[in-house]
Design a protein. Structure first.
Ligand code: KIV
Length: 295
């Protein structure tokens, strides 16, 4: 195993030649696969509301759900830094709530850091969480929890102005997140020159999604990378596989074989004189990538 990725290690990667590679993960199998593939930061994102739960927005996702998914990925994680996303209204009501909920993702979910959306308006909240030594990743630009204010999932920072979402305000948000003590910040859905300017001005790493190539790292949503998002695929997401169609083909083949009487065959059946199974290996003792003894 390569060295464990830590918060200080992420900070050291600022401005270097080794970009931070981040990816979302929501469960044990894909957590194992992504960690073993060398992903530096695994984010259990509230995007799970859309890509796992099939909802239109991330807004209904709860703390209970986030903690549950964090725990699954925490069991899988060996090397990557595990960041848990704070869902809508788990941190906006008061810094006190925010610290308590961030603590739940650390204590119950097994996360090593938390992420929250917002800049200037969330600076005191970031400061409060960081003050109890819970590392905070900021998230500015296109912030999906602000979908109704933005009028949809829209690129931010295109015009000059002081209103949330306008270019000068996005820069102020970035500076506020850094000043409040975040160790990194996600820049989502903004013109690449704005992301480059923010990356140059900050001393903490920027991790881009739909923010061009000049950030200190990149993050994508797992289901977009694997071709598992059928309803909505953002322009900035690159599909590296077509798992929806691969899964659909496999499941269709299984259904056809059962209906056609060609599954199960003798090879998949037990005979009365053979032992039914060798003693199973308790799943908890198995490590990612290891296979249970054949049964
Ligand atoms: O929830 C999420 O997956 C995110 C990433 C897209 C950055 O916030």
């Amino acid at each position: 195993m390569d060295r464990k990725v830590t918060v200080p290690e992420i900070l050291r990667r600022k401005g270097g030649s080794d970009p931070i590679v981040a990816l979302t993960a929501y469960d044990f199998p894909f957590g194992c696969i992504a960690d073993a593939a060398g992903i530096d930061v695994l984010l259990v994102g509230d995007s799970l509301g859309m890509v796992v739960q099939g909802m239109e927005t991330t807004l209904p996702v709860t703390m209970v759900e986030m903690t549950y998914h964090c725990r699954m990925v925490a069991r899988a994680r060996r090397r990557a830094l595990l960041v848990g996303d704070l869902p809508f209204l788990s941190y906006q009501v008061s810094p006190t709530d925010a610290v308590a909920n961030a603590g739940r993702l650390i204590k119950d979910g097994g996360a090593e850091a938390v992420k929250l959306e917002g800049g200037v308006a969330m600076a005191d909240t970031i400061r409060a969480i960081a003050s109890v030594d819970i590392p905070v990743m900021g998230h500015i630009g296109l912030t999906p929890q602000s979908v109704h204010r933005m009028g949809g999932h829209r690129v931010q920072g295109q015009r000059r102005g002081e209103r949330p979402g306008q270019r000068d305000r996005v820069i102020d948000d970035a500076l506020a997140v850094e000043e409040a003590g975040a160790f990194a910040v996600v820049l989502e859905g903004m013109p690449l020159d704005l992301a480059a300017e923010i990356t140059n001005r900050l001393t903490i790493p920027t991790i881009g999604i739909g923010a061009g190539p000049h950030c200190d790292g990149q993050i994508l949503v797992l289901h977009d990378v694997l071709g598992l998002s059928e309803r909505f695929v953002p322009k900035f997401a690159k599909r590296y596989a077509e798992l929806w169609s691969a899964a659909s083909d496999a499941i269709g083949a299984y259904a056809r074989e059962v209906r056609g009487g060609t599954f199960p065959t003798d090879a998949h059946s037990f005979h009365s004189l053979a032992p039914v199974a060798s003693a199973p290996v308790a799943p908890a003792t198995l490590l990612c990538g290891e296979k249970a003894a054949a049964s």
